[in-house]
Design a protein around this ligand. Sequence first.
Ligand SMILES: [Zn+2]
Length: 322
Amino acid sequence: MTVTGSIDASQMGISLTHEHILVDFIGADKVDPNRYNRQEVVEKVLPFLMETKAYGVKTLMECTPAYLGRDPILLRTLSQKTALQIITNTGYYGATNNKFVPGHAFEETAEQLSERWIKEWRDGIEQTSIRPGFIKISVDADDKLSQMHKKIVTAAAMTHLHTGLTIVSHTGSGKAALEQIDLLEQYGVSPKAFIWVHAQSGEPSSHVVAAKKGAWISFDNVIPEPRSIEENVKHISNLKNKGLLHTVLISHDAGWYSVGELNGGTIRPYTAIFTHLLSAITAARSIANGCSILSYVSFLFEKFYCLGYIVKDLCSCLRNKH
Ligand SMILES: [Zn+2]
C-alpha cells in the first residue's frame, strides 16, 4: 500500500526500507503541520528523491511516525511529482522516553491503540484517504521493555493480526529485539512480520538468532564514510556466511527536512548504498573468492576514497586560485 494507492508487491522494485522526508522533534504535544510550509519542503526534498530514483530506486518507506511529523499529504505530493512509490505508516514511537507518544496512549489499552491504527488502515489517515503500508513503532534499548513499550508492541501485534501489515520497530540492542520477537510470538505473530530497525546497534550473535527465527535484519544507517561502509560490509557478510542473507535489509535512515531548523537544515542524500556500499561489498566478495589484483585495487580505493576526495578538493582549490 503506497500513499497513492495499492500496488502489487512485484512492482516494488529496489526499495529503501528506512528513510525520512520530514521529521519534527518538537514533541507529541506540539507537533503540527502548521509549523512548516509544505511547498518549501517539497522544493527542498525533491532533488534528493530524484537523485535516488536515478540509481534505480522505485519505492521508499517513509518511517516518520505520527506525532513525529508524519505527513501523508506531503508524501503524496512528492510521490506524484517524482513517480516514486512512497509508503507511510501507522503506530507510535516510544523511544526517547515516550517524548513522541501522544497523551491518550498513556490512558488507553493496547486494544484501544490497535483500534486506532486499524482504523487508519481501514479508512485512511486523519481526514485523508491515504492508508499506511506498514506499522512503525519504537522502543528504548533498555535491559527490559517498559510497560508502555510492551503496550506499543502488543498493539502492533494486534494490528498486524488484523491487517497483515509488517511491524517495523526502531530498536537499539539485540536484547530489546529478541524480547519484542518473543512478545510477538506470544500473540501468534510470526517473526517474519518483524523488521529489527537499527540492527547495526546490536551484536552479530543477536542478528543470527533473530534472523534464524525469520525476522528481517535492517542495517539502515549507511553513510558515505569508511567506518560505516566497513561495518555494514562486516554485518552483511556475517549473515551471508551463515546462509541468512535473505533476511537482510539495507537503507540509509537519511533525509530529512528538519522542522524548526533554518531552511529545514541539512539533508543527507539517499545514495550512499549505491555510491559506496555496493562496490565495497563487491570488492569484499572478490577478495573472499580469491583476491584478483583489480578487486584488491578497487577495495583499496574504496577504503581510501576519503583521501580521493581530499585530493580532488585540493585540486579544485588550487585551480580556483589560478
Ligand atoms: Zn529513522
